[in-house]
Design a protein around this ligand. Structure first.
Ligand SMILES: [Zn+2]
Length: 287
């Protein structure tokens, strides 16, 4: 088990678990899930101890953990993180890869888009999506992108209470939230950075600053899956594009979320071969 205290040598992911547990019980004094056991978490711990009729010393000791376990808290073996500390854990899934352009254009429907001159873009990769390629819809975003309310990420920084995603990705995203919560892993999601964003992949926009006129999404492999509303980013600060994703047990690590995501048809950017994108989960075809 992992004991925790303000001055202790705490395992960051276990502090996240504890903070999440207290917040979920309505002990709002904890504030945020950030892996740092400071005065707020200590106060929240004391409140929990008082609720349980325990001595309110503010340390998560054996007695406190036993009471928490009775309230649904997961107690891990002391070697849990040591067994998962490799930078190659979890292994790449077999039978799963980034989605092909053909697959996503078929499932989520091809769209027409343009790129404005550089000085008019919010980012170098930004695009403007217009209608569907088949002419059925004048406004692809209006037709296919929807706000999906869900409270599972309620304690994640920058989460506003809903996913803005493709309506055909909605069941998979909600299914994944069900599964992550069922596995008691939501304490790992400490920040959220969006789903639908119309853009090329980072560094994937055409050269030059002039932009381009209307093209079809099926004609390029350089569009981000965020453009289709079928990918989302979490815990960005600890899993920057191009960096080694945070190791299991460390602040902001998402590695424990990956195997379940894979089982639900989501590929993890931390498994990219060339440029790791550990914040990124994208819906893909299951072969
Ligand atoms: Zn992403």
């Amino acid at each position: 088990m992992f004991k925790l205290s303000r001055a202790g040598n705490n395992m960051p992911a276990e502090v996240q678990r504890w903070q999440y547990f207290l917040l979920k019980r309505g002990i709002v004094q904890v504030g945020v899930v950030d892996s740092s056991f400071g005065g707020n978490t200590e106060l929240g711990t004391k409140i929990f101890q008082m609720e349980q009729g325990l001595s309110a010393h503010g340390r998560v000791d054996e007695e406190t953990l036993a009471a928490a376990e009775g309230a649904g808290y997961s107690i891990l073996n002391g070697d849990y993180y040591a067994q998962r500390s490799s930078s190659t854990w979890p292994p790449k899934p077999s039978g799963l890869a980034s989605p092909s352009s053909a697959w996503r254009n078929q499932l989520f429907k091809c769209f027409e888009f343009l790129q404005k001159p550089l000085h008019q873009r919010s980012s170098k990769e930004s695009i403007v999506i217009k209608g569907s390629c088949d002419g059925a819809f004048n406004d692809w975003e209006e037709e296919f992108i929807t706000n999906v309310p869900d409270d599972r990420m309620q304690f994640a920084a920058s989460y506003n209470g809903y996913f803005r995603c493709h309506k055909y990705a909605k069941p998979a995203i909600l299914g994944l939230m069900d599964a992550w919560e069922e596995a008691d892993l939501m304490h790992l999601v400490i920040s959220y950075a969006g789903c639908y964003v119309s853009r090329y992949i980072r560094g994937g926009a055409p050269d030059g600053s002039g932009g381009h006129s209307t093209r079809q999404s099926s004609a390029t492999t350089k569009l981000s899956n965020h453009s289709f509303g079928s990918a989302f980013d979490i815990c960005t600060t600890w899993n920057w594009l191009g960096d080694r994703p945070a190791i299991c047990g460390q602040t902001g690590s998402v590695r424990e979320l990956v195997e379940i995501a894979n089982a639900h048809g989501f590929y993890w950017g931390g498994h990219y071969t060339n440029r790791k994108d550990g914040m990124h989960f994208e819906l893909t075809e299951v072969s």
